[in-house]
Write a protein that binds this ligand. Sequence first.
Ligand code: MN
Length: 713
Amino acid sequence: MIPVEELLDKIRAYNPKTEETLIRAAYEYGRQMHQGQYRHSGEDYFSHPVAVAYILASQRLDDATIITALLHDTIEDTRASYTQIADMFGGEIADLVDGVTKLTNLQLSSTETQQAENFRKLFMAMSKDMRVILVKLADRLHNMRTIKAMRPEKQLKKARETMDIFAPLAGRMGMQWMREELEDLAFKVINSEARASIIRRFLTLQKASDDVIGRITADMRHEFDKAGIKAEVLGRAKKPYSIWRKMQEKEIGFSRLSDIYGFRILTQTETDCYAALGAIHRRWFAVPGRFKDYISQPKSNGYRSIHTTVSGRDGKRVEVQIRTLQMHDVAETGVAAHWSYRDGERSENPFAVDPAKWIAGLTEQFDAEEDHAEFLEAVKLEMYADKVFCFTPKGEVVKLPRGATPIDFAYAIHTRIGHATVGAKIDGMRVPLWTRIKNGQSVEVITADGQTPQSTWLDIAVTGKARSAIRRALREIDRDRFIKLGWELARAAFDHVGKKATDKALETAARHLNMKTSDDVLARLGSAELTTVQVLNAIYPELMPDDAEEIGKDLAVIGLAADQSFDRALCCQPLPGERIVGITYRGRGVVVHAIDCDTLSNYDDQPQRWLDLHWHGGRHPAVYEVSLDVTIGNDAGVMGRICTLIGEQKANISDMTFVDRKPDFYRLQVDIELRDVEHLHGVISVLEAENDVAAIERLRDPARAAGATQDAM
Ligand code: MN
């Protein structure tokens, strides 16, 4: 725990007139109140408020703010009360402590809209006294610095809050150093892999570029000495999180990021700022479009600085910010500059913005963004917890959803590469294609000419882009096969009626059948979506037998022996157009089941009874009964409408029974007679489109199997 003397030394250094007795009293009062309370780390609880006060003392803040920090958790966590604090330390401090307590009680991490609501509350609290926010931010900063003592889930929750709410808030208060530290601490918790990988990459780059920061700093100093400009040069690498964010925003690789390095030039006078700018632009190339003068046109929050980006002969770019020390103070501490002391006096930085004006600016910004989601989007720094970021061999960043595989990666690069994928390497090692990519890994796709997408890839890919590209490619491959098959079928069928299946004939058929090309006709022929009879009928109706001629029962199923007859199984009620199989019964003929019927497993041990069958491809009469399970709203007219709809589809209702009657709905079994599976789909579609039909399902009931069959004709 930081002793009171050390805290006082820190304060006296910038404010010799500090009210020592009051600070000592607050320290003692806080210590007593928190007596017997401990932090997760096992330390005395009071060490935390003292550390928060110390952070604020480092910001050179006034006595009231420091005392508020010492007492900030007393109302919430101890028997201390507002009145007691007001009696001992005055109303101003009691109000400040009360303000911090209110912020602590905000439920920050609920749904997004609520988070935005809470922002509003935060701003309202702020408009009373901004020092409340300064204490709250220092409180969060210390908690983040000591987060390791918490349970991992709690760490993650706190880190997200920090990233989503507190870091942006520090930014809006103009406290850049605080924002950066909060971001970095949260980043370490939320995505330590990515952070470590960026630091690693940075070190590699730093080594490869042979201490570029040191060299440029020395060069700049030399230029300023030559020109007689008094200036400090501070070179630094950007913080891992801001590099990470840039990589995401621009979706570019680490090595191509232009602004990994930033240089600050701090001068005594404004005149020297422009002189320094001149010296830099004489020595290096100014990158066009990157020059901004916030000294002649300051930002509304009081930020003043000249920004430029220059590049050396090697093409490496660096960002340069030039400002006076006073401007720098405002740029780093923001609104806190207003309260800060130097040599025992309010430092009266001429550039510090009046807190009231600051708030007005923030509130304006808030009102302009009425939509909560949009507002949150604007202030929230998305961490992409559901995304992974990986690198191409060239170091470019590829953003993928979590769970993505090298297949997704390959399609993300280019569809052509996706199609040709035969293997992948992750971090240089061969891996199976189903390997899930982790953050920071580099992925290399191995391709081969002539490779085509595999249907198993559909299970491996998770991105919509990859999946739809694979599906499209598979369809193309199938289509080629179907076209060849369709061509064979068409040639034979045309021959049969004494015609030639010429391109012209097929194009005519396409036109009559409302299709684009003759290939469309052939593909559908090949996939059995179209029959040769339909194609011939479209071109030569006069040659074709009457459409009404339907297939008789003896021809309906192909594959039966001459002395065999069939019945449809009651359990699955197969329809023409569905794949079927027959089960033979001694003396009772053959029962036809749908190939996916559950009942078939009963015959697994009797392979001699299975018969390979298929339906005749021609037009069947509407005699095949199917049961539907229909749930409808309780409305007098519904039954009538259902019967009409089914009738309009030229299907006959053979039976209708109530399964369940509730006050608000009926459930019934409707048995209808159909031509084939397409006919069924037509009926289901029109019923589904009816408002009062709540649910409709084809009834397939294994309970009805037990040898019972249903005569088809
Ligand atoms: Mn606290």
